[in-house]
Design a protein around this ligand. Sequence first.
Ligand code: TYM
Length: 376
Amino acid sequence: MNGHDNNETVITPWEVKGKIDYERLIEQFGTQPLTDKLLRRISGGGQGLHLQLRRGLFFSHRDLDVVLDLYDRGTKFVLYTGRGPSGPVHIGHMVPWIFTRHLQEKFGVRLYFQMTDDEKFLISDETSLAQTRKFAFENALDLIALGFKPEDTFIIYDVQDIDLLYDVALEVAKRITYSTAKATFGFQDSTNLGWIFYPAVQAVPCFIHKKLTGENVPALIPAAIDQDPYWRVTRDIAPKLGYFKPAQIHCRFLPGLGVGGKMSASEPETSIFTTDPPEVVKRKVWNAFTGGKDTTAEQKKHGGDTDVCTVYQYFLYLFEVDDKKLEERMRRCRSGEVLCGDCKKDLVEKINSFLAEHQKKREKARNVVEKYHVKR
Ligand code: TYM
């Protein structure tokens, strides 16, 4: 199972394309839907649900209930997520990171964050190790700018920290056959050896807490669903190595600004990078695909379609935290009271004011980034 199906929908850790039916993915990948009961448990009651939960952006999981049961009985967990540093960070990457920050604060737990400079080197013919290592450092600034604290956040740079990872990677690799890897990831005869070994490296942070502290606790991984194949193979071998199976909580993809597909760094004109200057954001948003009609007259008469509108999705995922205002925006669009230009203008303002702040924090992070580097 590698996420390919007949309608040319492809979801692998390295490629996402076609129309994504999230309900179907739950069946296809064998994950569990996030129930209301679990949502309430993860929110701890009281303050209401986090935006990404109440809007259904996180929709599926594996063993979240198990991790919460253990937590209630006194066994903490660690959070684990990461980034493949192939270029600058885009705002889609930040969707799971923002939620990770929320969980870290809520549960008072550690985060291990993996920078896969090895992965991004191996999968691209054009990319050099020097480039991915540089981006790993630059991308760490984005993570820190989101407010993660150094005492609880441990960044692992694969190439630099391979001595920390290698023995566990070997234990993992020895227990996964090529046939399983091929079926899970769709490897071909032409796939290079490094790429075939790489999933063992991405498994390691699920277990690293024990090596660093002596404590055996489960890892909970917030990420978009494209990373799921890695966890399928890791979950299979975890008990054989004496570890808990890693748990996951999966989010949907923030779409790109074009027609269909997720926001993806390989399509820069339809992605908003955290380093984009205001005029670039403006140009990209101005060219965005919306759910609007061809003419103003038609739009006023029939209204727009927020379901397919990328601009609306950006308000939903990140840039309109007030549910009432979001609902009002939807109503006004569908009734033809607002035109796409109005929404685009609002979105440009929201993104640019967010980025202005983020870019300042990102620069400040240069002074402290070393504090986050995992220590042995
Ligand atoms: P990468 O760099 O492709 O993506 C980083 C994180 O962002 C998520 N993501 C998105 N989320 C919402 N909308 C989008 N458009 C979007 N695009 C990407 C990804 O699911 C991921 O969570 N191999 C990994 C690096 C990695 C990792 C991990 C990720 C190593 N260990 C553990 C998650 C958890 C990668 O290349 O991610």
